[in-house]
Write a protein that binds this ligand. Structure first.
Ligand SMILES: Nc1nc2c(c(=O)[nH]1)N[C@H]1C(S)=C(S)[C@@H](COP(=O)(O)OP(=O)(O)OC[C@H]3O[C@@H](n4cnc5c(=O)[nH]c(N)nc54)[C@H](O)[C@@H]3O)O[C@H]1N2
Ligand SMILES: Nc1nc2c(c(=O)[nH]1)N[C@H]1C(S)=C(S)[C@@H](COP(=O)(O)OP(=O)(O)OC[C@H]3O[C@@H](n4cnc5c(=O)[nH]c(N)nc54)[C@H](O)[C@@H]3O)O[C@H]1N2
Ligand SMILES: [Mo]
Length: 766
């Protein structure tokens, strides 16, 4: 009998070794990776939260005591019953005195794969049973895309699974133009799990069939070599200007599909007036764009003609919209594809995120998943997810969001399970100040992450390998019984058990558990899904046979052509937009009257970019992309993550010219500074990075000099926010601003920095 576990980065087989259970990639995967294979190693296990722990002054003084000491003070371990009593009493106090609207339970994060022990679902369901919480909306991944796209074409959720599939692209696509590559490192991941990593194979087949690839952007190594892509280097955050110039050429040379624009789109004429510069006096010509993007005007012109002459797919990476005015590239990529008139044709049109996750471009079908119900939230209040520090710092303040003026709630208690805001949020020193405000912060964690270290009460959570679960990713073509490989470490409990214990103390046990334990829930969720799958013509084995079999493959043979039905008959298959067509001009957005998001796609200069005044002092644009050797901050100390570092430090990729100008050689220790903070890394000059751009991948465990407290206390005797981050987390540098008043998404990719040799090496080496 084969035993499996599912991870967001691949399915693993659990095999017994002389020293205990070990993980192997499954044989079915043509391009497996090595992420997390060492999860049970003593080195990683030594970083676990082993017992419930309470921050010293909170334990002494209660809620609200010395919030500014969070992250510096030692913790005191307590018994489970005491910890649960404390958390339950505090939840009850806050809801009685301030109401459930004072509890922030958004709890953003990837947590682990597995349909039942999904930390966010667990915490949301629990909080719903005790009266509700302030939730979050959208994601760090796609903050701008989620809000703009439904106004313009279709929702991002639908789009995720509606991308034209790789096989269809192989058969029909002649030219694949991508802004921000098709990163193989990112396609290692799919939420819920991956059975087969298909990106490298897909690009190789497209290339063999004759497709040509053009990669536009500041870095060249974000598309597999098999694609043999032509690289047009451009400055970060200038993609909209580049696309506008392509559009200008199509318009001026009459290379656009006027019939498609008339039958399937609204508002092209007003956009065309903008392209021509009727009101602002600035035609968006290739020469105009050349000055902004750094690309040659001739190369823009030539590319536009080539795109019009071929079956062309235009793609953008999600990173483009994780930037100031990130709504614009999303809107513009759709507009450009509409002008080419190939939307709905096999191999043409647009993509938002080929390569961002393995799932994009697959042929799987959405099927009824086993889903742990989260219940109803009686509070109903929410924030756009990346506005968390704003919320904590400015209770009662108002902000614009998607046509509304909203007010930040006054949060007294924060509950986090399954995410790491001290990895993922921008401007971590600001987050530290915001985080000092609530009366109480509770975190369920597996490891002593920076977020756990900045909590008041930390409850130890199990690993997936310490519990049973159902792994499911229909679009990836599998459902898997996740076996328990090892008993829970020390006193760790699964989130369900933790919340059941809290619910019990708050008189909500029956509502939370519905009388089921974890094993009952797994059977129940599976049976329910099995029944609904029958309706879809899928026969799943019964629960016990499923457990026995381990892996069930689901069909992945549905060809997809994005918006094919809409193209064929727009009246019968209308879009969700107000006009039921593609909106190149949006009356709805126009009516919002936003100063930072206009009624059609436009070029807005980001607040931080190489063309800004601030670039005199901060002359390098920092890209903080997704890390190759891990998922976000997970298993940061693991082997595949460490392999991407250089002698213990993160690598700062930079152009050879920028390194030389600073007298830096490969491996030199540098300080990277922005107006918001400073961190260390090793210089890594490489010709794949455009001059003026540097790259530091995300995921490092924030470690401000002086040490953040763990059970053992601060390492070098406490140090307030603002110290250098030794781990190299780019979020000490990034700015915490919303993309615009439309979406308020994370704008992490708009960040200027300077790099200097590190003159003062840290006392403690990593
Ligand atoms: N500068 C910059 N910042 C970024 C980005 C960027 O491009 N640039 N990208 C952003 C994006 S797209 C994202 S999605 C976010 C990701 O940010 P997160 O999703 O917050 O990152 P993870 O490291 O996956 O955090 C998951 C945490 O859950 C814990 N965990 C895992 N399983 C369980 C469990 O069963 N129970 C409990 N209680 N805990 C568990 C893990 O130990 C880990 O600490 O980062 C964002 N931040
Ligand atoms: N290995 C790994 N894979 C992951 C993740 C992970 O943590 N690790 N996270 C997953 C998650 S949650 C998400 S949301 C997706 C994110 O997917 P993306 O947001 O697309 O990923 P990034 O790696 O941030 O960026 C993709 C590429 O765009 C480039 N880029 C950045 N800014 C610009 C720009 O202004 N213009 C152009 N043209 N290019 C630019 C970056 O240098 C990078 O090469 O990745 C997923 N995949
Ligand atoms: Mo993400």
């Amino acid at each position: 009998m084969r035993r499996y576990t599912s991870t967001h980065w691949g399915l693993r087989e659990i095999v017994e070794d002389a020293g205990g259970p070990v993980l192997r990639p499954v044989a079915e995967d043509p391009h497996p990776n090595a992420i997390g294979l060492d999860q049970l190693s003593p080195a990683l296990q030594s970083l676990r939260v082993r017992r419930p722990a309470v921050r010293e002054s909170w334990l002494r003084g209660g809620p609200g005591t010395a919030g500014d000491k969070r992250g510096e003070e030692p913790f005191v371990e307590v018994e489970w019953d005491r910890a649960l009593d404390l958390v339950a009493a505090e939840l009850d106090r806050v809801r009685r005195i301030h109401g459930n609207g004072a509890i922030y339970g958004g709890s953003y994060g990837w947590a682990s794969a597995g349909r039942f022990h999904h930390a966010q679902s667990q915490v949301h369901r629990f909080l719903n049973t005790i009266g509700g919480y302030v939730a979050h909306r959208n994601s760090y991944s796609l903050g701008a895309a989620h809000v703009i796209l439904p106004h313009v074409v279709i929702g991002m959720g639908t789009l995720m699974e509606a991308h034209t599939d790789w096989q269809t692209l192989t058969e029909h696509c002649e030219l694949f133009v991508t802004f921000g590559g098709v990163p193989e490192k990112n396609a290692q991941i799919s939420a819920g799990g991956v059975l087969q990593h298909h990106l490298p194979g897909a690009l190789a087949r497209m290339r063999a069939a004759g497709a040509e690839f053009v990669n536009i952007g500041p870095v060249a190594d974000n598309i597999p070599e098999v694609a043999q892509a032509e690289w047009i280097p451009t400055r970060p955050n200038t993609d909209t200007a580049f696309m506008l110039a392509l559009a200008h050429v199509l318009l001026e040379e009459d290379l656009l599909d006027r019939a498609f624009l008339a039958s399937h789109c609204v508002g092209f004429d007003r956009f065309a007036a903008y392209l021509r510069g009727v009101r602002d006096g600035q035609p968006k010509t290739p020469d105009w764009a050349a000055a902004i993007t750094g690309a040659g005007a001739d190369s823009i012109r030539a590319l536009a003609r080539r795109m019009a002459a071929r079956r062309t797919m235009v793609n953008m990476a999600w990173s483009l919209q994780r930037a100031d005015h990130g709504e614009q590239p999303c809107w513009m990529v759709v507009t450009l594809a509409a002008m080419l008139g190939q939307i709905g044709l096999p191999g043409g049109g647009f993509g938002i995120g080929y390569g961002a996750e393995n799932v994009i471009g697959g042929r799987g079908r959405r099927l009824p998943a086993p889903t742990f119900p989260q219940g109803q939230n009686p509070v109903g209040d929410f924030i756009p997810v990346a506005r968390v520090a704003d919320m904590l710092l400015n209770p009662g303040a108002s902000y614009a969001y998607d046509g509304e003026v909203r007010t930040y709630p006054d949060i007294r208690l924060v509950y986090w399970a399954g995410g790491n805001p001290f990895h993922h949020h921008q401007d971590l020193n600001r987050l530290r100040r915001a985080w000092a405000r609530p009366d109480t912060i509770v975190v369920n964690e597996q490891y002593w992450t920076a977020t756990a270290r900045h909590a008041d009460i930390v409850l130890p959570a199990t690993l997936t390998l310490e519990r049973e679960d159902i792994g499911y990713a229909a679009l990836e073509g599998h459902m898997v019984w996740m076996s328990r490989a090892t008993p829970p470490l020390d006193q760790a409990r699964d989130d369900f058990t933790i919340f059941a214990g809290l619910a019990e103390r708050l008189g909500a046990r029956a509502a939370f558990t519905e009388g089921r334990d974890a094993a009952d829930w797994l059977r129940h969720l599976y049976d329910e899904s099995r029944q609904r799958m029958q309706g879809e013509g899928i026969a799943l084995p019964d629960f016990d046979s499923f457990r026995e079999a381990g892996l069930v493959e689901l069909p992945t043979d549905t060809p997809v052509v994005l918006l094919q039905d809409f193209r064929a008959d727009p009246a019968a298959h209308p879009l969700c937009t107000p006009s039921r067509k593609i909106e190149i001009f949006s009356e709805r957005i126009a009516a919002m009257g936003l100063h930072d998001c206009g009624p059609h796609p436009m070029w807005f200069a980001p607040r931080e970019w190489l063309g800004a005044k601030a670039a005199v002092t901060w002359p390098l644009h920092l890209l903080s992309d997704q890390p190759k050797g891990k998922l976000h901050s997970q298993l940061e100390a693991g082997a595949s993550s460490r392999a991407e570092r250089s002698d213990g430090y993160e690598r700062l990729w930079m152009s050879p010219a920028d390194a030389e100008a600073r007298g830096l050689a490969r491996g030199d220790l540098v300080e990277i500074a922005s107006p918001r903070g400073c961190c260390l890394a090793r210089a890594w000059p490489d010709a794949c990075i455009m001059a003026g751009t540097v790259r530091l991948s995300t995921g490092a465990w924030f470690r401000p000099e002086g040490g953040a407290a763990g059970p053992e206390g601060g390492r070098e005797g406490g140090h307030g926010g603002g110290g250098r981050d030794l781990a190299g987390n780019p979020n000490v540098l990034t700015a915490d601003r919303g993309t615009s008043g439309l979406a308020q998404g994370s704008a992490a990719q708009s960040c200027l920095v300077e790099v200097t040799r590190c003159a003062r090496p840290p006392l403690a080496h990593l």
